[in-house]
Design a protein. Structure first.
Length: 282
C-alpha cells in the first residue's frame, strides 16, 4: 500500500522546534535549501557536518548552528541523517544525544534498514527510512518513505513536510519495496542521463556534428521530461501521440520495442539494481 503527498502544498513557516541535519553534502544541502525555501527559520536548524561549505557557514550569520556541543542542544523534533551509508557505523552512535523521547529520526542512507537503525539508536526511537533522488537539487525529486511502529501521526506529518521540501513524497508500508524503489527512482536519474548520452552518440553516428547532436539530445530529453511532468496523460499515450503509422518514429520504435529492445533491458537493469540494494542491506 502506498500513499502520496501533494508537492508544494506544505510550509515550515512558524515551526519553532529544532531540526537537526546530519550531513550537508549534495543531498543534505539540497534538503536544507528546500527547508529554507519552505520558510524554516535558520535559528531552528542545526547542521552536523565536519566540513561545512561556504554556503552552510554563511547561514551561521542568520542563526543556523553548526556542529554545536550536543549537550547544549536540548529538545529536537527531527533528526535527518544524510551521510553516506559507509560511515553510518561511525556516525550513528554520535547522534544519540540528539534523539529524545519526542524526536523522529529520518535516514536517507541507501541500504540502511529500519532494523539496523533501531539497533544503533535509542530504544523505541521513532524512525523513518526514506529514499530521495537527485532531482531534489532543483525541487523536482521524489522521495519514498516508510515509518517504524513508533512514529506518531504528528511526527509523520512533520517528516512529510520536511521531505516535501525537495519534491513529491510517497509512503509505503512494506520495507521490502525499498530495494526496488532504490533501483527505479533512486538510480533512475542515471538511466535518463545515459539515454541522453546514447541519443547524442547515435545522432553523431548518423552524421550530425557532435555539438549539435549533444544539444538536440539534451534539450529533447529535458523537454520531454517536462512535458511528461505537466501532462495528465500517461507515458504510453504521449509516446503514441508522437508516433505516426509508417513514419520515422514508428520505424525507430520498432527497434526499441523489439523482444530484445529497451523494455526487457530496463527490466534487467532494475532487477540488477534491486539485487544490489538487497546485498548492501545485508
Amino acid at each position: 500500500m502506498t500513499t502520496s503527498s501533494p508537492q508544494g502544498a506544505q510550509t515550515l513557516t512558524g515551526l519553532s522546534e529544532t531540526i537537526v541535519l546530519v550531513g550537508a553534502g549534495k543531498m543534505g544541502g539540497a534538503i536544507l535549501e528546500g527547508w529554507l525555501g519552505l520558510g524554516l527559520d535558520p535559528k531552528n536548524i542545526i547542521v552536523v557536518e565536519p566540513q561545512p561549505g561556504p554556503e552552510i557557514t554563511a547561514l551561521a550569520a542568520r542563526g543556523l548552528r553548526i556542529n554545536p556541543n550536543a549537550g547544549t542542544v536540548g529538545e529536537t523534533s527531527a533528526v535527518l541523517i544524510a551521510v553516506k551509508p559507509q560511515v553510518a557505523g561511525d556516525v550513528l552512535p554520535t547522534l544519540k544525544p540528539y534523539v529524545g523521547a519526542s524526536t523522529v529520526t529520518v535516514s536517507i542512507m541507501a541500504g540502511r534498514t529500519l532494523g539496523s537503525l533501531e539497533q544503533a539508536l535509542p530504544a523505541r526511537a521513532a524512525l523513518v527510512r526514506a529514499m530521495p533522488n537527485t532531482p531534489a537539487a532543483i525541487g523536482r525529486g521524489i522521495t519514498v518513505a516508510i515509518p517504524n511502529t513508533h512514529v506518531l501521526p504528528d511526527q509523520r506529518k512533520l517528516v512529510d513536510t520536511l521531505l516535501s521540501a525537495t519534491g513529491a513524497v510517497e509512503w509505503i508500508t512494506d520495507e521490502a519495496l525499498m530495494d526496488a524503489v532504490t533501483a527505479v527512482s533512486g538510480s533512475g536519474p542515471a538511466y535518463v542521463f545515459l539515454l541522453a548520452e546514447a541519443l547524442a552518440r547515435a545522432g553523431a553516428a548518423a552524421g550530425l556534428p557532435v555539438d549539435l547532436a549533444s544539444k538536440l539530445a539534451r534539450i529533447t530529453v529535458a523537454g520531454s521530461g517536462e512535458l511528461l511532468h505537466r501532462s495528465s496523460e500517461d507515458a504510453a499515450l504521449l509516446r503514441q501521440n508522437v508516433t505516426s503509422p509508417g513514419g520515422t518514429t514508428a520505424a525507430a520504435l520498432e527497434v526499441l520495442i523489439a523482444k530484445d529492445g529497451l523494455a526487457p533491458l530496463m527490466e534487467k537493469a532494475v532487477a540488477a539494481g534491486t539485487r544490489r540494494s538487497r546485498e548492501l542491506a545485508g
